[in-house]
Design a protein around this ligand. Sequence first.
Ligand code: PLP
Length: 232
Amino acid sequence: MTTITDRLAIAQHRITQAAQNASRRAEDVQLLAVSKTKPNEYIIEAYQAGQRRFGENYVQEGEMKINSLSQEYPDIEWHFIGPLQSNKTKVVASLFDWMHTVDREKVAKRLSEQRPDDMPALNICIQVNISNESSKSGVAATEVLALADSLAALPNLVLRGLMAIPSADVDEQTASQELAALHNLYLQLAQRFDTVDTLSVGMSNDLELAVDHGSTMVRIGSAIFGERNYNV
Ligand SMILES: *Cc1c(COP(=O)(O)O)cnc(C)c1O
């Protein structure tokens, strides 16, 4: 049976391989371990194997995990990667280190206002809708720079980059086109803001393609922790 430690090493190896194939440095692609729906024991096992960045999707679950683990594991970096209602911003502002899914100014303003004074600025990515599916969250590519300008003015946030979830079930060529457009937008943003250094894209199934298109942070869940069961 493969363990979380084994699977983490395999994921890391996939990143190294993909970086090499893209003539990039492996250390320029960070691994975010997505632990949503998985118990604290899984996080601890990954931690003991050297993993420090963890991603959570649900406010209440993230809050419980951070509250029970942060004392003993203070160097875990917690990333919020799920959709966020504006009435739930306070938990994210007061507990997380990163927030990947900002897609409107209202949420950003609340996060900045609610960030506690004794914590460093909250690291922010703007979620971009790169698939033009109306059901997906994220801002349209044409609106990213304007939103970035307004976020950059907020005192307790630091704009780090862009995040996206590519369309599921498209052919590889379409996926490549979406990722190339995202990368292009990211480069424009990085030129405009010197705090921007993060392109958060790529999951268990598409990390190679994402790294080939400039991803600097892949978000890997099931390849490390196993398939998720939402019915438990
Ligand atoms: C669940 C999730 C992931 C991880 O997906 P896997 O396919 O399990 O690797 C990455 N990003 C986001 C936003 C997610 O919700």
